[in-house]
Design a protein around this ligand. Structure first.
Ligand SMILES: O=C[C@H](O)COP(=O)(O)O
Length: 246
């Protein structure tokens, strides 16, 4: 059985002291035979946490990177800069970046290529809006996002996050997740052939300590991308335990 992976996306949360305390609580509370765990703090905490996480099995991820290696891009961070710091994963195309920064599939694809080239594992996010779900256009939307956001030869992680489930406390139902995962796997195989069979797919959107044990065993779910609940060590560790048992 493949080990699941739980990714904590801290979003724009965490000053130095909180961040250090949080990773200390997480690393000291990991269950035996733990699932793989990745924490993705804001850029400002990455340097400090690299050192704190070095002696632990927890890996470090970033929440974005630029598609270029270097240059005149004020305020941006490149994939080689992240790799240089000891970062292993990078979340790309999160719906909050797509919405707040107008990030397009094409840019996400370029970022995923840049990340892989720098030795990082890209975690590319896709997800449908509430409208698309209600009008039954969700599979079309997801198919287009896969086509547009994942580069040829993609061997990173895909995160399915229905936008209406993010931060709402209202996770997708097990039936919705199961049906969508099946669709995503078929689509990955259609677009990538054999390689599409092994791309890991995470579910994200209001995963918490109470629903993780129901969501994580759903076929094709390889783990979770966790927002709010990743900021509380107890809740995050419960999700990690559920993944370790799934
Ligand atoms: O990246 C994480 C997702 O946006 C999920 O956030 P949430 O767990 O707070 O719903």
């Amino acid at each position: 059985m493949t080990r699941q992976i739980i990714v904590g996306n801290w979003k724009m949360n965490g000053l130095s002291r909180d961040s250090q305390e949080l990773v200390k609580a997480i690393t000291s509370g990991l269950p035996a035979n733990s699932a793989d765990v990745v924490v993705c703090p804001p850029f400002t905490q990455l340097g400090l946490l690299t050192e704190a996480l070095k002696p632990t099995p927890v890996k470090l991820g970033a929440q974005d990177c630029h598609q270029e290696v270097s240059g005149a891009h004020t305020g941006d961070i490149s994939a080689p800069m992240l790799a240089d710091l000891g970062v292993s994963y990078v979340i790309l195309g999160h719906s909050e970046r797509r919405q707040e920064h107008g990030e397009l599939d094409e840019t996400v694809r370029e970022k995923a290529m840049a990340a892989a080239k720098a030795g990082l594992t890209p975690i590319v996010c896709i997800g449908e809006t509430e409208d698309q779900r209600e009008t039954g256009e969700h599979f079309d939307a997801l198919g287009w996002q896969i086509k547009g956001s994942l580069p040829d030869g993609f061997n990173g992680i895909l995160a399915y996050e229905p936008i209406w489930a993010i931060g709402t406390g209202l996770a997708a139902t097990t039936d919705q997740i199961a049906e969508t995962m099946k669709f995503l796997r078929e689509e990955l195989v259609r677009q990538f052939g054999e390689a599409g069979k092994v791309i890991k797919i995470l579910y994200g959107g209001s995963v918490n300590a109470g629903n993780a044990a129901t969501i994580l065993p759903i076929p094709e779910v390889a783990g979770a991308l966790v927002g709010g609940a990743s900021l509380k060590a107890d809740a995050f560790l419960s999700i990690v335990s559920a993944a370790s048992a799934a």
